[in-house]
Design a protein around this ligand. Sequence first.
Ligand code: GUN
Length: 285
Amino acid sequence: MVKTIDGRKIAKELNETTKEKVQQLKKQGIQPGLAVILVGENQASQRYVHMKEKKAIELGINSISKVFPETISESDLLIEIERLNDDPTVNGILVQSPLPKHINEQKVIETIDYHKDVDGFHPVNVGNLFLNVSKPYPVACTPKGVMTLLEKYNINVDGARVVIIGRSSIVGKPMLALMLNANATIIDVHSHTKDITEYTKDADIVISAVGKVATITEADLKEGACVIDVGQNLDKNGKLVGDVDYDPENSKIGYITPVPGGVGPMTIATLMQQTVEMCEWSKLK
Ligand code: GUN
């Protein structure tokens, strides 16, 4: 029977640890701070940003929200980011994506002080990750959360055959680097791959970050495989589902992260964890 990787439980435990760390820091007169910038009125983004603020407050992190209209100019947004770069109470800066078309997202990412880049999207941090440098640096929260889940469930990564489906900057590429740094053998498949099943059928771990219902089915997997489903899709009935189609009652899969309740809760918990870590790292400088 397939074992469920309970992301809600692990996220809750991680949040408890983060909360305790914040309490310890507060005893030393230090409060970690997270600034979240939202541009425009995209409803999904509003919902995500609200969840991030709420969790930060719950854990004792100082939450700073900046909401700007869709019409804000790129230069005004960059000025706001520079203000936050200079604000010593802010340890992490997150600009919710997507941004309006007239704003260059890469320019925004590169304007964030890389020491405060809590999303781990800045080229310096991406470089640190791919070089596997030994000093601490922030890493994209969803892939970092996936590594935490695998570790908590004692799923072996060292020497494992790992197939990652997708190559985005938010999930696929940082996931690939984290896996390589953890000594896995990696194949990254994507929209130009001729036969994805050719690779997934031999994989010990399959990570799907595509955003399409039934990207992977049981027929694509080997018996006992660990399947990490990063997809968040609405099916034809409007129900939230992942990328993986399987029968929870009768499956040959070894481990699965369900949707909802798998990877999703780990993203925000990891964001909070990383905000506090960055506060601690800033004291090392
Ligand atoms: N939009 C969707 N996911 C993310 C994320 O991880 N970080 C940011 N900044 N925006 C997002």
